[in-house]
Design a protein around this ligand. Structure first.
Ligand code: MLC
Ligand code: AMP
Length: 531
């Protein structure tokens, strides 16, 4: 069934030859002045193929995108951004947001995207830690951001309607820019990821890290200029920014660039697209819509899932409904993508597939590989693995071994033929709708509230988000209500991190060593319906 679909798709290919960027042929050996810019953006300068189609129907060609990148690179340079400087970006998902990523690369800066849900309190931490030269924020947040930055960085704006000082300055600039040289080991991006210690850590990603992964994925998933990607992910995380956008840029594919996730919009685009990348929630929500049928997806070539575990029942239900086996892959902010189910071979539900070419995956016990089939820590080494945590050499040393292996905190098994399955996590982490939520960060905020003695934050299964956040809280003489706790954490934590319910209790369950037993809490509350 699928083979027939691919054959028809191949026959329907556009008449223009398949675009192949030099980096797809030669990888990092291409002669360049700026590793990522020269691989992802420069080759498109003369291309009139469509790159982005936006929600309002407007279409931006590759050549127009390259010109916009240059204009924004001028804005960065004129704002005083020097090579290696961090540029913080907390804006809606717009053409200029992705052009700003390209501009940061071209100007030799380090792109630092932030979740638009982060509060001023979270933003203040990132600004103090990363000391950016420039912050680009939503126009509606300008006062708050100026306050958070304490005038240490210049602030430009980009509003949801595309207006703001970034775009108006950009409009005045020339459409070409002399690219700043950057080598494979220079930093391209700094992505913050929360940690088990409660403090977010900036993962330093080099041009080599990002390009090597984009090349591997583009080849493995056979992405070409004939593809049209439905892009509904946010572009402040690895999945939406690097996995989806870097591969599309490398292949010269078209991207249906959606401002947000909306089932109706996705259903409307699927018949004229070939690729979808999403978190498992995308697939469960699509399955909840009866318009998702085999005939709707006739032209689709590939559905990719990642960032959170895809339930075997979702995998099966999707195949039953559409004839497509979702391709599940596994990655992390620090490592980019690590494994993928095969494009041509068997895509197994419950397995994240094989190590990507150029990436080594070991299952270890204290650093020593265990036998196939035994559970151990997933460790990863390769060009995809980051350069360490910004300003945190001790944290880097704890998680990145001298021999180059990164300790993921995920537990897995490797089969005899090298197939990896994730079976658990050693790190205390909740993944809700593809967003990582570290209980320690939330517990720290709750424990700071007057009257709170202690708290334990844990995840329970949720049909929509995979997991939901709950908090068990011990208060002095039960002096606080759940609502009062919620009100106090409101300004400190992004909404998606907020516990959906507070369980007020006299004591937390502990084992004989005094350690809080989150598994006991999880089991006691796992069947409760959480909205
Ligand atoms: C939104 N909300 C969430 C949430 N997303 N709550 C918990 N978990 C989430 N993931 C809350 C909002 O705060 C709001 O709460 C309410 O839900 C409605 O907000 P919304 O913006 O309208 O939500 P929706 O559009 O439905 O978003 C759901 C989603 C989104 C699944 C589409 O969360 C999403 O795009 N997730 C993808 C995350 C991602 O890209 N992860 C990749 C990380 S990279 P209230 O209370 O105000 O009503 C990585 C590495 C790798 O992990 O391997 O890829
Ligand atoms: P982040 O820190 O946001 O980059 O998230 C990385 C974490 O997401 C990994 O360490 C895994 O725990 C989880 N993850 C990513 N992809 C998958 C997957 N396909 N299956 C299970 N967990 C995943």
């Amino acid at each position: 069934m699928l083979d027939e679909r691919h054959r028809r798709l191949a026959m329907n290919k556009k008449s223009n030859p398949t675009y192949a960027a030099p980096a797809l042929e030669k990888g990092l050996d291409i002669i360049v002045t700026n590793t990522l810019y020269d691989a992802l953006i420069a080759p498109h300068a003369q291309s009139h193929a469509v790159f982005l189609t936006l929600d309002d129907g407007s279409r931006i060609t590759y050549a127009a995108f390259v010109a916009r990148v240059a204009q924004l690179a001028h804005v960065l340079r004129d704002a005083g951004v020097k090579p290696g400087d961090r540029v913080v970006v907390q804006t809606p998902k717009l053409l200029d947001t992705i052009a700003l990523y390209g501009a940061a690369l071209q100007a030799g800066a380090v792109y630092l995207p932030l979740n638009t849900a982060y509060t001023k309190s979270e933003l203040t931490y990132f600004i103090e830690d990363a000391t950016p030269a420039l912050i680009v924020c939503d126009a509606k947040d300008e006062t708050e951001v100026l306050d958070a930055s304490k005038t240490k960085a210049l602030v430009l704006t980009l509003a949801a309607d595309g207006s703001g000082s970034l775009s108006s300055e950009g409009d005045k600039k020339p459409t070409s820019f002399k690219t700043v040289p950057r080598g494979p080991d220079d930093l391209a991006a700094l992505l913050y990821t929360s940690g088990t210690t409660g403090r977010s850590k900036g993962a330093m990603l080099s041009h080599r890290n990002l390009l090597s992964n984009a090349v591997s994925l583009t080849k493995l998933w056979q992405i070409t200029a004939d593809d049209r990607l439905v892009h509904a992910l946010p572009i402040f995380h690895t999945h939406g920014l690097f996995v989806a956008m870097n591969t599309s840029l490398l292949a010269g594919a078209e991207v249906r660039f959606m401002a947000d996730f909306d089932v109706d919009k996705i259903i409307a685009e699927i018949p004229v697209s070939t690729l979808l990348m999403g978190v498992p929630t995308f697939y469960t929500r699509l399955l909840g819509d009866q318009r998702l049928t085999e005939s709707l997806v006739e032209k689709m070539r590939l559905f990719v899932s990642g960032s959170a575990p895809l339930l075997a029942e979702t995998h099966k239900a999707f195949e039953d409904r559409t004839g497509h086996r979702i391709l599940e892959r596994y990655g992390m902010t620090e490592t980019n993508m690590i494994t993928s189910n095969p494009y041509d071979g068997e895509r197994l539900a419950g397995s994240v597939g094989y190590a990507l070419p150029g990436t080594e995956v070991e299952i270890t016990d204290g650093g020593t590989p265990v036998a196939p089939g035994e559970v151990g820590m997933i460790e990863v080494r390769g060009d995809n693995v980051f350069r360490g945590y910004w300003n945190m050499p001790e944290k880097t040393a704890e998680e990145l071994r001298d021999n180059g292996f990164f300790i993921t905190g995920d537990l897995g098994i490797k089969s005899d033929d090298g197939r990896i399955s994730i079976v658990g996590r050693q790190k205390d982490l909740i993944i809700s709708g593809g967003y990582n939520i570290y209980p320690k960060e939330i517990e720290d905020v709750i424990n700071d509230i007057d009257g709170v003695v202690e708290s334990a934050v844990f995840g329970v299964p949720n049909a929509d988000f995979g997991e939901s956040v709950l908090a068990a809280v011990v208060c002095e003489n039960q002096c606080l209500s759940g609502q009062e706790i919620a009100t106090q954490i409101e300004p400190k934590l992004a909404r998606f991190k907020h516990p959906r319910r507070y369980i007020l209790t006299d004591a937390l369950p502990r084992n004989t060593m005094g350690k809080v037993q989150k598994n006991v809490l999880r089991d006691a509350h796992r069947d409760e319906e959480i909205a």
